[in-house]
Design a binder for this molecule. Structure first.
Ligand code: FES
Length: 180
């Protein structure tokens, strides 16, 4: 006997914008972001929550979108790589990764940046051990670890400079609101 799939409608807040999607509640959020919303910053790597390529921010915390069913997202605020910034207005962490060449093939880049943004939001002055711990479960198959660590160190400096330039701003307030 085949199991009936009963789709439901879900309202998500993604990159500052409300969107409605129809899906099986068990559908991984990653599939919704990539296939329904054409947000391809988060990548499919392992599909098991182990590589970090699918990283997103949920209420400011880094989570793995491949392991979150759409039915569990509720009213959480989701930010993808696309919501951090764009070429005209890069997030300081994105800028740091470009300036330090923190990518080779680039497949892990989304997860690395998301993890770094989450780290700096909760700890604006991380020590080397904090940075390594925050990125410990993000896999890079190209061996670009040295450049990635340099990028996060530079991001610390750039985020502090941004905070000095706009004292009331936090790292997350540097995330631009996407207009509906
Ligand atoms: Fe989600 Fe690997 S694809 S952690």
């Amino acid at each position: 006997m085949t199991t009936m799939f009963v789709p439901s409608f879900f309202t998500l807040k993604v990159n500052g914008r409300n969107v409605v999607v129809e899906a099986d509640p068990k559908t991984p959020l990653l599939y919704i972001l990539r296939n329904d919303l054409a947000l391809n910053g988060p990548k499919y790597g392992c599909g098991l929550g182990e590589c970090g390529a699918c990283g997103i921010l949920m209420d400011g915390r880094a989570v793995r979108a491949c392991t979150v069913p759409i039915g569990a997202v509720s009213s959480r605020a989701i930010t993808t790589l696309e919501g951090l910034g764009d070429q005209g207005r890069l997030h300081p962490v994105q800028r740091a990764f470009i300036e330090e060449s923190g990518a080779q093939c680039g497949y892990c880049l989304n997860g690395m940046i998301i993890s770094a943004v989450a780290l700096l939001a909760r700890n604006p002055d991380p020590q080397e051990a904090d940075i390594r711990e925050a990125l410990r479960h993000n896999l890079c198959r190209c061996g670009t670890h040295v450049e990635i660590l340099s990028a996060v160190r530079k991001a610390v400096v750039l985020c502090k400079a941004a905070a000095i330039a706009a004292p009331s701003a936090s790292v997350h307030s540097a995330i631009p609101e996407v207009q509906a």
